[in-house]
Design a protein. Structure first.
Length: 735
């Protein structure tokens, strides 16, 4: 440890550290840990962890002695006399309550169980620790290192005690590490806690990782070599490029959240690229996307939009070599240091030295939150319970009845929880018990709660539309809202097919054509798939009248053919009857009640084949086709009804027509790119895209003109666009 300190700061005075070691070694001389090793090895390991964090000598000395006041005869006053007030205050901040102090928490004869008293004493110790951190965050860093080493060495404790510590680590220390941006602590806390709470799942993920280690290393090595060569060829300096270590708890969380097996999650590989500057980060991103195709909706710019815990990086997912999903993170060395060590990366204790403004703001925010909770809390237990949501508000950790940990976004409700467990659990959710108490479904969940979902049985059970409405706050996760939206989209489609089938059958019965197959009727409207045709009928995009007219037209053509054959045959004393005259058609449009005339498409509404249309007789320019619901002709239809004639589509050859769409979404980085990707992958020609215009509440509206051949093609494109992350709705006209 001393060698590392000397290497980091050559010529530094390490007297304080050496003296702290001697005091700790003497104070703990006769003590052993549960494992049997000398107790002093624990504070030494804690101090060594903090050396890697770059803390100053006062903090290292305090770490070496952090247990002497709590577990030995050494007093706080003794430390202050030997080391000064700074070191003594650091040690005092991480010292738990003494037995006397714990007894003073409770009134004489107070009827509390030993377990309750112990929990209250531990909560009071944590309250003091956090409040001491308000004045000096080195206190919490020492405690983090202390907890980390304890979690690494749980083997000698009972299973019950290991699980209690693991749960506390997951509820308190991991979220706090995340709040302070300390990934090194957070990731280890989560993995070590999961190993105790879900040992079988942890072992499974670990085994799969080990089995694939060699294969993944070979693949990632080739990918990194190829990327390094391309970056250097493009003149971009590469400081470091390496594979990114898998975080077992994050794999577990994805398994639960996405209802996937470990094999499916572990197919996603990751590399990290360090380049000198922010400009180089974006140049490197362009190189990555030029080499490998980006995966839609999988890009995050945390450089432009830094996380609250100061984290910065570019994240993208691409189809890497062999078309395998590959995650790439791009950042500078400074960003990488902050990502690993959080506020500790900025922590400099030197005379006249100042922390960065960002770190000062973060510490001030934490200070305000801690102090306000201390003022409002009735007791230490309520103080700690309050912190579980307010201090650690980036995410919440709740439990299933089987004690499995579920990670949810802050503000998540029982409905979010239900969809995280399984899609069908979400659809059938009708109530929730939180800590065995029935709560409304829009109740925000808190870390540490146990949630049980009450589901309904039956064939026609589904979610409420209100659940997907952000204003009503029944859900906060995009995952839950997307599944609800998908459910209703499927329901509407299925109901439209059923309704369309009834309409078609009714019209066939009316005409006495009960033997005519539905597929034949669909082909009359140029639909390749019967379900698409029936859905269009059910949505009233094809009217019952249009079906009748198209069938009559077909019958008329058959009659004409029969009449022609009869005229060519020898006469047998029968009189030929003229076949009924069918409507004239030009430009792919059948015009009823008029001879063939010039037709054109109205630019205001751009109707598509398959849509209900009406013809407007213009002066000297033939017939203009409008959608039946076009706003521009509403008043004219009432004022001049005689200028409107009945028309219908009768395309013999597909023709792409322009359609203007308005895409409403919650604004985010990469939104326009993801939208254009969807349009391109749909084999749709896009002739224009408007600049993003921002509405209130962070909403964005993107306008685009695309060329489509039918109403069915439009419906498919809208469905794909509405599946893009953050897209709320896609409309033909500006809302």
């Amino acid at each position: 440890m001393l060698a590392k300190l000397r290497a980091r700061t050559p010529g530094a005075d390490l007297t304080l550290v050496e003296k702290g070691w001697e005091v700790a070694k003497a104070a703990h001389a006769d003590q052993r840990r549960k494992s049997g090793e000398p107790y002093v090895m624990h504070p030494l390991a804690v101090a060594d962890i903090l050396v890697d964090f770059g803390l100053d000598t006062a903090a290292i000395a305090a770490a070496l002695m952090h247990d002497v006041v709590e577990d030995t005869a050494v007093r706080s006053a003794d430390l202050e006399a030997m080391f000064g007030q700074e070191v003594a205050l650091l040690v005092r901040g991480v010292t738990k309550l003494s037995a006397l102090e714990a007894r003073e928490l409770f009134t004489e004869g107070e009827a509390l169980s030993p377990a309750t008293k112990k929990a209250a004493a531990e909560a009071e110790s944590l309250r003091r620790l956090l409040l001491a951190s308000v004045d000096d965050l080195r206190v919490i860093l020492i405690k983090m290192a202390d907890r980390l080493h304890n979690m690494r060495t749980l083997g000698a404790l009972s299973r019950k005690r290991r699980q209690v510590m693991a749960r506390e680590t997951l509820e308190i220390y991991a979220p706090l590490a995340n709040r302070l941006g300390m990934w090194m602590f957070k990731s280890q806390f989560e993995d070590l806690a999961l190993e105790q709470l879900e040992p079988e799942t942890f072992a499974l993920i670990q085994t799969v990782l080990a089995d694939r280690h060699e294969q993944h290393d070979h693949y990632l090595g080739d990918a990194m070599d190829a990327l390094r060569a391309r970056l250097e060829r493009n003149g971009i300096e590469v400081i470091e490029i390496k594979s990114r270590a898998k975080h077992i708890f994050s794999i577990y969380s994805k398994m639960v959240r996405k209802d996937l097996e470990a094999d499916q999650i572990l197919d996603i590989l990751a590399i990290r690229v360090l380049v000198p500057s922010i400009a180089d980060c974006y140049l490197a991103l362009g190189t990555v996307h030029a080499m490998w195709e980006p995966l839609g909706g999988e890009f995050d710019d945390y450089i432009a939009r830094r996380k609250p815990n100061l984290y910065q990086s570019l994240h993208t997912s691409v189809a890497g070599p062999g078309n395998r999903p590959l995650e790439v993170q791009i950042r500078t060395p400074d960003m990488n240091e902050v990502a690993e060590y959080g506020v500790a990366a900025h922590w400099v204790y030197k005379e006249n030295a100042r922390l960065s403004a960002d770190v000062q703001r973060q510490i001030a925010d934490l200070r305000r939150t801690l102090e306000s909770h201390d003022e409002e809390a009735v007791d230490a237990l309520s103080f700690v319970e309050g912190l579980k949501t307010d201090v650690f508000r980036d995410q919440v950790y709740v439990f299933t009845p089987a004690r499995k940990v579920v990670e949810l976004p802050a503000g998540a409700t029982p409905i979010d929880f239900a969809y995280q467990i399984h899609t069908e659990v979400g659809h059938r959710c009708r109530g929730a018990l939180v800590n065995d108490r029935m709560v409304p479904l829009d109740t925000p969940l808190e870390t540490g709660q146990t949630v049980r979902i009450i589901t309904a049985k039956g064939d026609n059970i589904g979610p409420s539309r209100d659940w997907a409405n952000p204003a009503l706050k029944f859900t906060v996760s995009n995952q839950a809202r997307a599944k609800i939206k998908q459910y209703f989209r499927r329901q509407i489609h299925d109901e439209a097919i059923k309704s369309g089938r009834d309409i078609v059958e009714r019209q066939l019965r009316k005409l006495g054509l009960t033997r005519t197959k539905h597929e034949k009727v669909a082909r009359l409207f140029d639909f390749a798939r019967l379900d698409d045709f029936l859905a269009a009928v059910g949505r009233h995009e094809i009217s019952a009248q249009a079906i009748v007219e198209r069938l009559l037209e077909q019958e008329s053509a058959a009659d004409e053919s029969a009449a022609a054959r009869q005229a060519a045959a020898p006469a047998h004393g029968l009189t030929n009857t003229a076949a009924p005259q069918k409507p004239k058609a030009t430009a792919g449009v059948t015009v009823f009640g008029a001879d063939a005339m010039q037709t054109r498409i109205a630019r205001c509404c751009n109707p598509l084949p398959g849509e209900a249309v009406v013809g407007y007789l213009t002066r000297g320019r033939g017939v203009t086709l409008h959608r039946s619901d076009c706003r521009n002709i509403a008043a004219t239809r009432e004022r001049e009804p005689d200028r409107f004639i009945q028309v219908d589509w009768s395309q013999k050859k597909a023709q792409a027509l322009p359609v203007e769409l308005y895409i409403y979404a919650i604004d985010r980085a990469g939104l326009a790119r993801d939208i254009t990707d969807v349009i391109a992958k749909s084999d749709v020609n896009m002739t224009a895209i408007g600049a993003v215009s921002r509405d209130i509440d962070g909403m964005a509206v993107i306008s685009t003109i695309v060329e489509l051949e039918s109403r069915a093609a439009l419906g498919e494109l809208i469905d794909r666009l509405e599946a893009v992350r953050n897209v709320i709705q896609v409309l033909r006209q500006r809302s």
